[in-house]
Write a protein that binds this ligand. Sequence first.
Ligand SMILES: *Cc1c(COP(=O)(O)O)cnc(C)c1O
Length: 367
Amino acid sequence: MNKFLELALAGVQQLVPYVPGKPVEELQRELGLSEVIKLASNENPLGTGAKVTAAIQATLPELTRYPDGSGFSLKTALSQKWGIAPEQITLGNGSSEILELVMRTFVAPEHDVVFSQHAFALYPILTQAVGAQARVVPAREFGHDLAAMLAAVTEKTRVVFIANPNNPTGTLLGPQDVENFIAALPVHVLCVLDEAYYEFVDPAVRTESLHWPQRYPNLIITRTFSKAYGLAGMRIGYGISSVDVADLLNRVRQPFNSNMLALAAAEAALGDAAYLEETLAVNNAGMLQLTKAFQALGLAWIPSSGNFVSVDLKQNALPIYEALLSKGVIVRPVANYEMPSHLRVSIGTERENQLFIAALREVLGNV
Ligand SMILES: *Cc1c(COP(=O)(O)O)cnc(C)c1O
């Protein structure tokens, strides 16, 4: 029993911590395996790009200094790339921090927060941490039910989270549906459009939302360098909003929340078109490789627009997850997302995918 439990805020007392994917080194240690593959945290399988490595090397001698707290150089690069004003940008220690800043800036215990069933695990955690009430709206075929989410908004609602594509389902909403939803929201409700997987979406069906905050000043779009840009370990992401909202988020954030290496790495990654192109090619090929294998095994999956796919094992997925672990393959059980028969698998390299498929085939043959 934690001796300080009674002293913690009411929401924090009830809080169940986020469970990250198991680290490779930990499993290697536990099982003494020579090779472990991790397809559990939607990380980029290509490794760090050469331009990023060079930018980090060049920054190392400067580490005795504080970073540029305004993130001038990265914000300039982002504003040029996306055609938005630098004043609309909020930089974060991962886009997770932007989500947290929105909550700390706008949400008090008397408020409520709307999000979908099967949505990203951080939304309920952040809601509880500020002591607000979560209104979880049942999903429709694993995707967001926008009409029901709109109906769930009350006078007390301050934030609505939409992940597009959503994690862990990979489901995608179309641009018109998203815009109709935002247009219908009352202005006292901030809409967080979480686009962590934006780059992976087929441009033909992708929502291009970055200019919408001019029309909808209560909209905050979040993007990250963790997934397609391969910088999960660096912790850097950003929000794009109206200048008024960005001004408030920037008042709450710590002055040096984005570290010097992350700022340099992100700017280099943004300029490395070849890396992004290869990432998308590997992802598209890997998605096909995995879903073909699922089909051959007679397994259904949720069609995904991200760099991961959730497969339905039609049984409790936990023993399968454990059996895969014992073979040195780390994937993600999603029972905590109310998906007890699914496993979420991140798309890896061709070889990693193949090792996973072989392990899954063996494990399913054995149960
Ligand atoms: C991975 C992820 C994020 C953020 O990750 P950061 O590393 O903090 O940028 C945000 N939302 C969703 C839905 C994600 O899957």
